[in-house]
Design a protein. Structure first.
Length: 195
């Protein structure tokens, strides 16, 4: 019974990860709607957001009990703050560098299996969330309802972080997690070069 449950959890986590994989390499093409759906789709349209959010969820798996929900919660809350700041502004180049740097840093944290107390981990994730949120807000359609758009991207972000958290609980080999983290970090380095 336990092995059947474990197999189903692995299958669900892999299916979620594959479903979340963006078909657009980066950037955020063709935002036309103006509400929840547009906000929900937005995190799935760029590898930068997608990788960072899955990595945050995976890294949150280092904690136990309720503490493992702190990083996703902080990320979601500060992403909304960043989005509110960016909603009526154009994202400066510095924000794109911050997003790419977050992918590098989160990849390295996973690759080196970095453990740290929840407060500094949350502060680091919160800094990344402000950059991601600012980009979400700046790229929102002009006619978008802030509440609906923000609600959509927060819901999608929590799902992606849940996928990462679920993957971290599969208890696969540490070397596989480290290789995945290194690949995320290398993707972030490529994004830094392209920013």
């Amino acid at each position: 019974m336990k092995s059947l449950l474990k197999t189903r959890l692995k299958t669900a986590a892999l299916a979620g990860a594959l479903a979340a994989f963006p078909f657009a390499a980066s950037a955020h093409p063709g935002l036309h709607a103006a509400g929840f759906e547009d906000g929900f789709i937005h995190p799935f349209t760029g590898a930068d957001h997608l990788l960072a959010m899955i990595a945050v969820g995976y890294w949150a798996g280092q904690f136990v009990g309720r503490a493992r929900f702190v990083l996703p919660g902080v990320f979601a809350a500060l992403m909304v703050v960043g989005a509110a700041l960016g909603f009526h502004a154009e994202a400066p180049a510095l924000v794109e560098y911050g997003i790419a740097a977050s992918v590098v840093a989160l990849g390295l944290l996973l690759a080196f299996d970095v453990k740290m107390p929840v407060a500094p981990a949350a502060a680091l994730v919160g800094l990344f969330a402000l950059c991601h949120g600012f980009a979400h807000g700046a790229e929102a359609p002009a006619a978008a309802s802030q509440a609906q758009f923000f609600g959509g991207f927060v819901a999608a972000s929590l799902i992606l972080q849940g996928v990462g958290l679920g993957l971290s609980m599969l208890r696969h080999s540490k070397s596989l997690a480290r290789i995945a983290g290194a690949l995320v970090a290398m993707t972030g380095v490529w994004m830094l070069g392209a920013a």
